[in-house]
Write a protein that binds this ligand. Structure first.
Ligand code: SF4
Ligand code: SF4
Length: 163
């Protein structure tokens, strides 16, 4: 996808958190911990491996449905400016309508570990919710970015059946 759009989206999101305070202190950064199999990772947006990661992470090929993609695997700590966009928007996730319009909701995967869910969207900082939506709209303005968001949503919705 267009790297200028992706870079601008990352920059816009980089310093905005779900709460005024560090929400990771509340849960021990639960969303950064490996799962019970010692596995974990965050999908990278198309071309994001140029912008995310470092010597603290591995970037590996992965399938996202039918699409070839990449995931970043970390040890639970990162350079904040180099974390994946997927980490920046968590615990929210895109909802893409048929016409390509974007809204956001809680990621089904957050149900397992994120204490913010119990307060609903109203418990998140308004600026965070608005910026996540704006950033995802930027991504959706790119044809490949829009298709990636659709594939992301399809994959994420599978977790609804597993929980
Ligand atoms: S699990 Fe939720 S509360 Fe904890 S660090 Fe992640 S987003 Fe914040
Ligand atoms: S890259 Fe950073 S924010 Fe993302 S899971 Fe790893 S430690 Fe957490």
């Amino acid at each position: 996808m267009n790297q200028d759009i992706l870079s601008a989206a990352r920059a816009k999101m980089s310093n905005i958190c779900p709460l005024e305070r560090d929400c990771g202190k509340k849960c021990g950064a639960a969303c950064c911990q490996p799962d019970e199999d010692g596995q974990g990772g965050m999908y990278l947006f198309p071309g994001e491996s140029e912008l995310a990661g470092g010597d603290w992470a591995s970037i590996m090929p992965a399938m996202m449905g039918e699409r070839e993609a990449e995931i970043l695997v970390c040890g639970g700590q990162c350079e904040r400016d180099r974390r994946p966009l997927g980490c920046m928007i968590f615990p929210l996730t895109p909802v893409v309508d048929e016409d390509g319009s974007i809204s956001v909701r809680f990621d089904y995967r957050a149900r397992r570990m994120c204490p913010l869910l119990r307060y609903g969207m109203g418990g998140l900082k308004r600026e965070f919710v608005d910026t996540v939506r704006e950033v995802l709209e930027m991504i959706a303005s790119d044809e490949e970015g829009l298709q990636f968001l659709r594939d992301w949503q399809a994959l994420e919705e599978q977790f609804d059946f597993r929980l």
